[in-house]
Design a protein. Structure first.
Length: 380
């Protein structure tokens, strides 16, 4: 227990301007430390920002850079907060959100008969200290980025004029982090990203939906994870990625800009659209022995035959595009973390990713209510 040692002043930034409070101060002789119970009760322990200002900083820093957030706080709210303090506050809040995401899973029923789940990865520029010894795609074998793994859940009950499923407004949620999707047979628990996918699926009721669809770009890790966690779900390779692979083969065989190459690619894409997989495979085998791109595409199509049955998917009214996932990589990650001159630590990137995903998924208010309730309930 600490002994009362008088009252201490502290100046806080609030939405009404600076405010100085006198708080009771207690000192512990055993640990030679002191504390002010009132700071904890007011939710301002370890910070010079009021909860309302902390909330404003978190919301703005989730959407724009730290410097821009500081400018917005000053110009729009009249609350001067330095960019470095915005960074510290936003990252601390992001770490709280990341912990909240791991521990708070409130399952909900599926919001539509068909639920979609997509996974993808995108690189984020990192500081050199975070890349030591990591292999990458640079000419010297080094890396400039770390990969963020993203899971997205949405519904697409709406249809456009051609009857193609379109994303339902407000139905998209995101969860992401720099973490691995790989696991070994001897591991007792699924990978960190597999656990993230499971949590997001349960939150959205994906695991309980009458029809579940998993979309991806064809990367093996996506389908390995889907097989393990969602047996029985329909698996779909993004149509545009599949067509892109065929176009790459055409360029490798005939050269970029070649009329013959364009004709070859168009014929293969038409065959893909019409479900003539055997014809696509036969055309690729002609070149596979002498062309690496054709050989890789042959393996890609062979491996994903059940996932590129586009005529059947269209007949079932199933979405065949990962546009929502691609947009998620840009909106949730790229727009905020891949701007010119940005270089992140893993901890800093993960914190802002958690903060941004929480905001974009419409979960920030729920998080803030839990945070405020926990601060109030914490004993002084």
């Amino acid at each position: 227990m600490g002994r009362y040692a008088g009252r201490r002043p502290k100046t806080f930034a609030t939405v009404l301007g600076e405010m100085t409070l006198l708080r009771a101060y207690y000192h512990c002789d055993d640990c030679e430390g002191g504390f002010c119970p009132r700071d904890r009760a007011l939710g301002m322990e370890g910070t010079s920002l009021s909860p309302a200002v902390t909330r404003m900083v978190g919301l703005s820093a989730a959407m724009v850079s730290f410097q821009e957030s500081a400018e917005l706080m000053d110009r729009l709210a009249g609350v001067p907060v330095e960019a470095k303090q915005v960074e510290r506050t936003a990252e601390a809040l992001g770490r709280e959100i990341a912990q909240d995401e791991r521990t708070v899973v409130e399952p909900s029923p599926p919001s539509a008969p068909t639920m979609y789940l997509g996974m993808d990865g995108t690189g984020v520029p990192m500081r050199a200290s975070e890349l030591v010894g990591r292999q990458g795609k640079q000419p010297d074998g080094s890396s400039k980025t770390r990969e963020v793994k993203l899971v997205t859940v949405w519904t697409a009950e709406g249809r456009d004029n051609e009857g193609t499923p379109v994303r339902d407004p407000g139905s998209v949620t995101y969860s992401a982090a720099i973490e691995s999707a790989a696991s070994r047979d001897t591991d007792e628990a699924p990978s960190d990203f597999a656990q993230r996918v499971d949590r997001e699926a349960r939150r959205r009721g994906f695991d309980q939906a009458p029809r579940r669809v998993v979309l991806g770009d064809g990367a093996p890790w996506i389908w390995n994870l889907a097989d393990e966690q969602f047996p029985g779900a329909i698996q779909v390779v993004d149509l545009f990625h599949a067509k892109g692979h065929l176009w790459d083969v055409a360029k490798a065989i005939y050269g970029a800009g070649s009329d013959l190459g364009e004709q070859w690619a168009k014929q293969r894409r038409d065959e893909l659209d019409e479900g003539k997989i055997d014809a696509v495979l036969a055309a690729l085998r002609v070149h596979a022995e002498h062309n690496d791109e054709a050989r890789k595409c042959l393996d890609y199509v062979t491996r994903n035959q059940n996932r590129i049955r586009y005529p059947q998917f269209r007949e079932q009214g199933v979405c065949t595009s990962t546009g929502v996932v691609e947009a998620g990589c840009k909106v949730a990650i790229g727009t905020r973390l891949k701007r010119t001159g940005m270089h992140w630590t893993v901890a800093g990137a993960d914190a802002i990713i958690a903060l941004r995903c929480c905001k974009l998924s419409g979960r920030f208010e729920d998080f803030w209510e839990r945070r405020s309730a926990a601060a109030t309930a914490r004993p002084a």
